[in-house]
Design a protein around this ligand. Structure first.
Ligand code: ADE
Length: 238
């Protein structure tokens, strides 16, 4: 997987992505990261890439030409059609299913906006997937792009050490994950649930499944509609 990020703040992307698991994946060559500073494609000597909005109103708009040129520069390194994700609160809301779908691509381009947005004409030309990471407004597309790249990266084979950890977790099967515990067995008078110390594998699995179902019902009941529950589990919830 190779990510290309068109941004006014490449340092933010580089610093964030070169940390922790994504950083390790980049070093090991499992993930490629190419950041493109849109400002380098400004068409004036002041290196300005924004201007006032036609029709008036607050804020500035990123101009079409620098964004288009930055994209053209990226496209030179890609031979086939590529999906271009534009981070915007107006997009389709990102979820685990979308992460899985995008993880199947060989290359992805992320376009990060700032100010009051980007000139609509260049968006019409290059964007294939407008995506939001949730119903709130951020100052720019960099954090959303990193959120998406993080979620996608961990689905790329080899990125996680333990191949198991990408399956059977929250949102797989529309259930939240069961609670986890580690040593000590008693911490500040709070004991680890007895069953986890029993060594009885089937009982542990049963307990974890029940915890997943109960936890989802308590914190994310909206997910239960799509969850695959046994008739017995449905009954337990009623
Ligand atoms: N840009 C600003 N807010 C955003 C959001 N919630 N999702 C994606 N891009 C954004």
């Amino acid at each position: 997987m190779r990510f290309h990020v068109l941004t006014l703040f490449p340092d933010m992307i580089v610093n964030g992505m070169h940390t922790s698991i994504t950083g390790r994946a980049i070093e090991r060559g499992l993930i490629g990261l190419n950041t493109v500073d849109i400002r380098n494609y400004a068409d004036n000597k002041h290196m300005r890439v924004d201007d006032y909005p036609y029709g008036g109103g607050a804020g500035m708009v990123m101009q079409a030409e620098p964004v288009y040129r930055a994209f053209e520069a990226v496209k030179e390194h890609i031979s086939h059609p590529v999906r271009v994700v534009y981070l915007t609160p107006q997009g389709r809301v990102f979820n685990q299913e979308m992460a899985g779908e995008l993880a199947g691509e060989e290359e992805l381009v992320f376009l990060c906006g700032h100010y009051e947005g980007i000139d609509e004409r260049v968006l019409e030309e290059i964007v294939t997937d407008p995506v939001s990471i949730g119903d709130y407004v951020l100052t720019g597309g960099e954090l959303p792009a990193m959120v998406m790249m993080d979620a996608i990266s961990r689905l790329v084979p080899g990125v996680l050490h333990n191949e198991e950890s990408a399956v059977g977790e929250s949102f797989q099967g529309y259930l939240l994950e069961y609670p986890q515990y580690s040593r000590p067995a008693v911490w500040r008078e709070k004991a680890v649930p007895e069953v986890l110390l029993s060594g009885h594998h089937a009982n542990v699995e049963r307990w974890r499944r029940e915890q997943s179902v109960l936890r989802t019902a308590k914190w994310r009941p909206d997910l239960l509609e799509n969850a695959e529950l046994t008739p017995k589990e449905r009954e337990m919830l009623n």
